[in-house]
Design a protein around this ligand. Structure first.
Ligand SMILES: NC(=O)c1ccc[n+]([C@@H]2O[C@H](COP(=O)([O-])OP(=O)(O)OC[C@H]3O[C@@H](n4cnc5c(N)ncnc54)[C@H](OP(=O)(O)O)[C@@H]3O)[C@@H](O)[C@H]2O)c1
Length: 343
């Protein structure tokens, strides 16, 4: 594939803010913090905390000011760990862009959360862990696929958090276009808008956008789409190979299943990356940005954050995007979709 150098925009290192229909200030890229407290999938332990704080500080100083957490990130003895760490790092940080920081949590519709009050209480508990009100509170997933009767009250509670001034904006997660439209109507009847929707979106998870068409509906309703797992849990960084060692547990299984099937995509990412003097992660994240989404890659150390920051300040050209799209579409295997993703 040939790249026309005239189409390569000039690089600017800092993340800039994108327009939003709420009072939120959202950057071009954010940072996910699922790994900041999750032992099972991500191998978190508290000795990582200094590294995580360094990630936070670097990100904010470079304009990556959106941090995505969840009240289910850290369970058992680590209950709410990710929110606690974010709050601690936020309080300690005194540098550039502090005023732009957007702390976003997701409240899980646990089976024992049944009333609108339970959502308000959950929002307050998250705020207590963070040490201040959250900027954005999102419904972590819809219960529509398995307990449709549960959802209405919880969404009303989410709206209450906004009306009571406990959050600046509200959002959803793992909703497809049909559900999104319904919830939009319900909340709009109370004069409340949905600021953001997050779905699993990457070159290995195009389903919510290409098959469900969720981006078009977001655009129509003025909702900002956030791309979670934009590096496909690390697969798109190129650091795992068929012959090399795999991470433990579920991610190892995923590597074994997917790596033999996604070689064409990884080769294409690698080719673009070397022609551009970028890394594969940077190309994969830039693709998300070019698609009008805000990627929120997780990062566990300063090297990863430094690398991910290089996704900002330039843009893939149309030719490169078309080639990546073409190859991604033809892959026989992709990431498994979240079981809670609705239509
Ligand atoms: N709404 C939802 O249901 C939902 C679901 C999933 C995620 N999310 C959100 O989305 C965020 C991001 O997704 P994710 O954490 O699942 O996956 P991801 O961003 O695709 O992958 C992140 C992982 O890849 C590795 N990594 C990151 N940058 C790297 C780099 N430059 N070079 C090499 N390795 C790198 C790190 O793990 P290792 O060092 O261990 O390899 C990191 O934890 C989460 O933290 C969470 O906030 C939301």
């Amino acid at each position: 594939m040939e790249i026309n150098p005239e189409q390569q925009p000039i690089s600017t290192p800092k993340a800039t803010t994108i327009p939003s229909n709420s009072s939120l200030s959202l950057p071009l890229m954010g940072c996910g913090t699922w790994a900041w407290g999750n032992r099972l999938l991500w191998g978190y332990n508290p000795t990582m905390d200094n590294d995580l704080q360094a990630v936070f500080n670097l990100a904010v100083s470079q304009g990556v000011t959106l941090f995505d957490t969840g009240d289910s990130y850290g369970t058992g003895k680590l209950n709410g760990r990710s929110e606690l760490l974010l709050g601690r790092f936020f309080t300690a940080y005194q540098g550039l862009n502090k005023d732009k920081i957007c702390l976003a949590t997701k409240l899980a519709p646990y089976p024992w959360r049944l009333t609108r009050n339970s959502m308000i209480n959950a929002g307050k508990a998250s705020a207590q862990r963070v040490g201040r009100n959250l900027d954005l509170v999102q419904m972590h997933w819809s219960t529509a696929n398995y307990a449709p009767w549960q959802e209405h009250a919880l969404l009303q509670g989410l709206g209450d958090l906004y009306e009571q001034g406990l959050v600046k904006a509200i959002g959803l997660s793992n909703y497809g276009p049909k559900r999104l439209k319904k919830v939009h109507q319900q909340l709009a009847s109370r004069g409340i808008s949905i600021a953001t929707l997050q779905v699993q979106y990457s070159l290995l998870s195009t389903y919510p956008v290409t098959e469900l068409g969720v981006k078009d509906v977001c655009d129509e309703l003025g909702i900002q789409l956030i791309a979670y797992s934009p590096l496909a849990l690390g697969l798109l960084t190129g650091k795992f190979s068929e012959k090399g060692s795999f991470p433990k547990g579920l991610r190892g299984i995923l590597c074994r299943q997917l790596l033999p099937k996604i070689k064409a995509l990884l080769d294409c990412l690698q080719e673009i990356a070397s022609l551009r003097n970028k890394t594969m992660s940077q190309v994969a994240l830039n693709w998300c940005i070019c698609k009008g989404t805000i990627p929120i890659p997780g990062a566990k150390n300063i090297q990863q954050m430094q690398d991910n920051l290089g996704a900002i300040g330039w843009q893939l050209n149309d030719e490169e995007i078309t080639e990546l799209d073409r190859i991604a579409e033809k892959l026989e295997k992709k990431m498994v979709q979240n079981i809670f993703q609705t239509k």
